[in-house]
Design a protein around this ligand. Structure first.
Ligand code: 5GP
Ligand code: ZN
Length: 114
């Protein structure tokens, strides 16, 4: 646990998040500023700074969770597809330095890519 990390605090339920999935290894919650409706983040419960540092077994587990969740979100939200992505380090646009996978449902073409 990183005491200054906002996602560690969400994982520990110290601050609220709109949680849509949880297991022993990871959890998923709605992004605070929705790029599109249903924009969801999948995070490991353990702190890793980015995808470049996460352990392989955790990444593999989270990849399957993200895929299954993305299918459910797309279906439930009536989206036509989605972006599944992770920004690593500030130069690539990472603003929260606790590894997370974005699931961004897409409804129309040219909505703008984050
Ligand atoms: P990044 O830019 O690091 O790839 O993505 C970080 C994401 O975390 C952003 O989309 C931002 O809206 C989201 N975010 C930042 N702080 C919070 C928070 O306290 N709660 C939630 N649910 N999302 C957050
Ligand atoms: Zn953290």
């Amino acid at each position: 646990m990183d005491q200054n990390c906002i996602f560690c605090k969400i994982a520990n339920k110290e601050i609220p998040g709109k949680i849509v999935y949880e297991d022993d290894v990871c959890m998923a919650f709605l992004d605070l500023s929705q790029v599109t409706d249903g924009h969801t983040l999948v995070i490991p419960k353990k702190h890793y700074a980015s995808i470049l540092e996460v352990d392989d077994d955790v990444l593999m587990h989270m990849s399957v969770v993200a895929k299954n969740l993305a299918n459910k979100i797309v279906e439930k939200m009536g989206a036509k597809g989605c972006n599944i992505l992770s920004n690593a380090n500030e130069v690539a646009g990472q603003t929260v330095h606790h590894f997370h996978i974005h699931i961004i449902p897409r409804y129309e073409e040219n909505e703008g890519i984050k």
